[in-house]
Every structure is written in C-alpha cells, then in structure tokens.
Write a protein that binds this ligand. Structure first.
Ligand code: ZN
Length: 589
C-alpha cells in the first residue's frame, strides 16, 4: 500500500510541475503573497496574488526545518512575535546556507544591513497592506520590484538547491549502502528519521499524523515485511507522504449552506469520501485517472448508469482478452492520536472495479412509480440515501445525528459497492426497523437496500428479488407482503384516512407472525369491504378480484407461524412492489 502511495506521489510530481524544474529536491508549493523589495533590500509593498503554485525547495517534515525563501509570515517576517521567533530563526539560518549566491544579496540586506527599511518596515506594514487576516496565512515569496520572476524561482537558486540536495544524498549514501524496500534501489539513502506528517486525517491531530511510525509495527501486514521500518529510502518516504496528503486534500472549493442557512465554503474532495467525522476513504488509480463511477454512486444518472452496465457487459462478452492495465486502489483511514489507522485496503484492476460498480447498480435497481411522469421507472438510489435508510429519526422526523450507525453503514456500503461483497444482516434488521417506525414506511431507497442485502446474501439458488414485480412462483413471505398492501388499499377505499392505516398497527405483526396477524387482518378487512361494497360497488368488485388473485398464490389455510429475518425482507419487498403496482394501475390509492 505504501508503495502504491509512493508511486502516486511520483506521478503527481511529474504532472503538477508546470516548469522544467522536475527534481526530487524541488516541489510545487502554493504562493499567496509577494513581498516586493528593491535591489538594496528596501521594503516596497505586499501584493496579494491569486493563490497559485510555484516551484520551491522540497521539505517533508516541517518541524525543525525551513524552506529557502518561501514560507508563511511567521517564518519570513517573524510575524506573531515571540511565538514565531524560533521559526524565523530557522528561516534565517536556511538563508545563511545560501548566502554566497549573488541573487540573494537584496534579501540578505533586507534582513541585515538594511533591516530598518527592510524587515522592520515590512512587518509594520503587513497588516495594513493585507487587512483581512485570512489572507495573511499563505506563503510569502520575495520579488524584486523591477523583475517579473520571484527570487526563489531563479534558475541559479533552484540549481543550488538541487546541488546541495545531491551532495547530501551522496554523503548519506556513502555512509550506508542499503536497498530501499519500496523501490528496490539504493539511489537514495535509507534513513531512520521520521517521515513527513499526513494532514487532514479525520479525527487526527491538526499537526498531522504519521502513517509509518517507528515505535510500533502497525504496518507489518501491508507492504512492509517484518521489522523493517527504516527500510524506506528518503525519496520514497517523501513521495508516499505527498501522495497521501494529496489524496486527503485534493478538491475544489464549493459553496455550501450551513445548518443556519449561512453560505460558506466547503471542499468537494476528488479522491476522498468522509464517513461521519472520524473515518474517511481515499481512492485513486495507478495512472491517476478520474473516476466518474465514484460520482455515480453518490448521484446516479440513469442514462450514465445504463451506459456503464452496457459497456461492462458487452466488454466482457465481446473480448475476453480485454484487460485494462490500470489498477484501482482504496482504503479507509482514521486518526488515533498521532497515528493513522488503516482498514479495508482494496487493490483491484480498473476493469474489475467498473464491473463491481455495474453490479452494484444492478443490485440496487428497483422499480418505482413516478407520479409526475405517471409511469414506472428504475430508481437508482444515492449511496448516502441508502446509508440513511436505517438512521434513527428524532421525534420531529429529522435524522438523529447521534446515530453512530450511519458512518458504519456508509463504510459497509462503499465497500460493498467497490468490492462487490455482501452486506451484514444487521443492516437489514435496522432497515426493517426503520420501515416499521418511520411514517414513510418501505420507501424506494429502503426497498433498494433490502433487495441489495437479500440478493447478495442469497447463496445457492434462493429467491432472487427482481427490479419489478414478476409473475410466477413467489415465496410465501413475498406474497404476504403483497396481500398486506392490498388489504391496506381496501381499508383506504373504505375509510379514506391514510393516517389510521393498518401499516402502523399491523406491519410488524404481519411481518413477524403472519398466521396470527393475517387472521385478524382478514376479519378487519371484511368489515372494510362491506363498507366499500355499499358505497362503491364497482371498486369493491375490482378489489376483491385482485385480493383473490394474490391469495391464489398462497395456501391461506397455512400461513406460516413466523418469518425469518430474510423472509421479513421479502415481505417488505412484496409489499413495496405491490404498492408501486397499485399506484400505476389505478387511482384508488
Ligand atoms: Zn525507495
């Protein structure tokens, strides 16, 4: 896994750099503010620029290190007083290492001989020039007033950084010749120093977490074998850290509405999904391709889903030699103090990944009556709506945010979608529970989730639930669900009051103890039926005929005493299918 992260980091490096400066000693870094000085090191101005990437010295673990010429206000200006002093000194120390370069003379003067009109003036003007404190947080880079290129971007400076880096590497290499466990090379030294920190880990420390920690062998089971924590070369250590940091943070800023209706800015991550506040999943492909299939899981578009299923199916049949060489990777992670806990490592071909997504959509596809279009259509649920199907409600009907099962369910669902695996039955239990207690009952989303769970747990030729209601041999529980829906519509025809429906009172009973429940339900129904007959005789005939049709599929005299959990799921689907059919075929509901 670390090897794949390291490969990703290398891919990112070669792709991100928009200059000819591609070297391990350098790395693209964001730049937000230009500090403009003159040749003598006099302060001129601060200029806020549209945040963009610039090329600069690559440093991994920030703590105790400084980057040449490009850094935050604390380092560059000693902004923040006493607390920034140490950072500022590190910054100055780095500058000293490079003082021989003539290109640096104005900056040396800015901090040295010309300090009063240089650093001190800049510091006093910083808040004036950049009034919004949010804008003061970015990286600052020096530029000479008369020049277009920033000082840290000058070729002589970048060459010097590379030179220093290579000399250091060569020195370290000469000291200890050891092969890196990840890249298998001895081009870079294998060092026993902490690797860079991983930021934005859910529930992790804000200063970052470590993926590979030295005191514990948390990763033996992954790509590291045995007690070889120090077997990663400096280059691989840097690239895997960059790879994972990119996965956790890459995204676009989008406006989102807060709970109070306020507009704020959030991030729509491209390679990360959050499950609750404490868990996230990251995913990527070896070639770092975009993965529209992931977006489809979140917001399915029926046409695109149909195309995906079609292309996967025809691809498999047409050309068995067709092999997509790209690999898909994914894992879930959460922070635990200063370390990262990794679960569910997935590595599969892109081809199998697409196959899994296509299978997912086949499994969750369920027919739904569209009231606007007045016809049946295929409903493809959003993956989060499926997860929410079994989330507890508050008394006002809103979702109970404290129900911790949401994140857990979401994790299982994503795994099931990406790996084509079955789901645990406790999710079925929870879904049925919600279907009984919630006023919306068996919604299309719940039916889709039940279908998914039942079909994926159905090993060895049991009853497979179809998208649509189908004629033919149906299991007793399914038929009971259909009959229940029919009895409900008879009651509605008689009393007209949806709120006093039999579902609230009898659904659980009928689903768990059918023999006893249906005895009472048929009694109740005969009273309703008499009423319908006297008021709407035509409708009564139709309803009776439909009920008899359904009952034909079942030996009424032998309603089972109880239904198993799986049968309860079939009951719910029978009920759901029957109701959709009733919506579409009549106006009696
Ligand atoms: Zn290596």
């Amino acid at each position: 896994m670390i090897k794949e992260l390291s490969e990703l980091g290398k891919t990112l490096r070669s792709r991100q750099a928009d200059t000819e400066w591609v070297h391990d000693a350098l790395k693209p870094e964001p730049l937000s503010i230009e500090l403009i000085i003159d040749e003598a090191g006099n302060y001129q101005d601060f200029r806020l620029i549209e945040k963009k990437n610039t090329i600069a010295e690559a440093i991994t673990a920030k703590k105790g290190k400084a980057r040449l010429l490009l850094d935050k206000a604390e380092e560059v200006l000693c902004y923040g007083g006493e607390a920034s002093k140490k950072k500022h000194e590190l910054f100055l120390g780095k500058l000293q290492e490079y003082r021989g370069l003539p290109e640096l003379a104005p900056v040396i003067a800015f901090y040295g001989d010309n300090k009063t009109n240089g650093l001190e003036k800049a510091l006093s003007q910083f808040e004036v020039a950049i009034p919004d404190d949010r804008n003061r947080k970015g990286n600052i880079g020096f530029r000479i007033r008369t020049e277009g290129c920033r000082i840290h971007e000058k070729p002589a400076i970048l060459r010097q950084i590379i030179g220093q880096y290579e000399a250091l590497q060569a020195g370290l290499l000469a000291e200890k010749q050891k092969k890196c466990a990840l890249c298998g090379e001895s081009k870079y030294p294998v060092e026993d120093i902490p690797h860079g920190m991983i930021k934005k880990v859910p529930d992790g420390q804000s200063s970052g977490c470590a993926l590979v920690s030295y005191n514990e062998n948390a990763f033996e089971s992954y790509s590291l074998k045995g007690n070889d924590n120090s077997s990663i070369c400096t280059n691989c250590a840097r690239t895997y850290v960059e790879g994972l940091n990119w996965l956790l943070s890459s995204g676009n800023e989008v406006p989102i509405k807060s709970k109070k209706g306020k507009e704020k800015t959030g991030v729509r991550y491209t390679n990360r999904k959050n499950f609750g506040s404490d868990t996230a999943m990251v995913f990527w492909t070896r070639k770092n391709k975009e993965l529209p299939e992931i977006d489809q899981l979140e917001a399915p578009n029926p046409d695109d889903v149909a195309k995906l299923i079609e292309s996967v199916t025809s691809g498999r049949e047409k050309d068995s030699k067709y092999i997509e060489p790209d690999q898909f990777y994914s894992f879930t992670l959460s922070g635990s103090a200063a370390r990262i806990v990794v679960r569910d490592w997935i590595e599969t071909s892109l081809y199998d990944f697409q196959g899994s997504i296509a299978q997912w959509f086949k499994d969750i596809a369920i027919a739904e009556y569209d009231r606007d279009l007045k016809k049946m259509k295929t409903h493809y649920a959003r993956i989060y709506d499926l997860a929410r199907c079994c989330q507890r409600n508050n008394s006002d009907g809103s979702y109970d945010k404290d129900d911790a099962s949401l994140a857990r369910t979401a994790t299982y669902l994503w795994n099931a979608a990406l790996k084509n695996t079955p789901l645990p039955l406790w999710i079925l239990t929870k879904t049925l529970q919600r279907a009984r207690l919630d006023k919306y009952g068996v919604t299309a989303n719940r039916a889709a989730l039940i279908k998914l769970i039942l079909n994926r747990n159905n090993k060895g030729g049991g009853f497979m639930i179809q998208e649509n209601m189908e004629d033919g041999r149906q299991p007793a529980a399914y038929v009971c669900g259909q009959i229940f829906a029919k009895l409900e519509s008879i009651q509605y025809a008689a009393l007209g009051d949806r709120n006093a429906g039999i579902r609230e009172r009898y659904f659980t009973y009928a689903m768990t103890s059918p023999a006893a429940a249906f005895g009472r339900l048929f009694n109740l129904s005969s009273k309703h039926f008499t009423k319908v007959k006297s008021e709407k005789p035509g409708l009564a005939v139709t309803l009776d005929k439909e009920l008899q049709e359904l009952c034909k599929n079942l030996d009424i005299a032998r309603f089972p005493a109880n239904f198993t959990l799986e049968e309860q799921g079939q009951f719910a689907i029978g009920y759901y299918h029957q109701r959709q059919k009733q919506f579409s075929s009549s106006t009696q509901d």
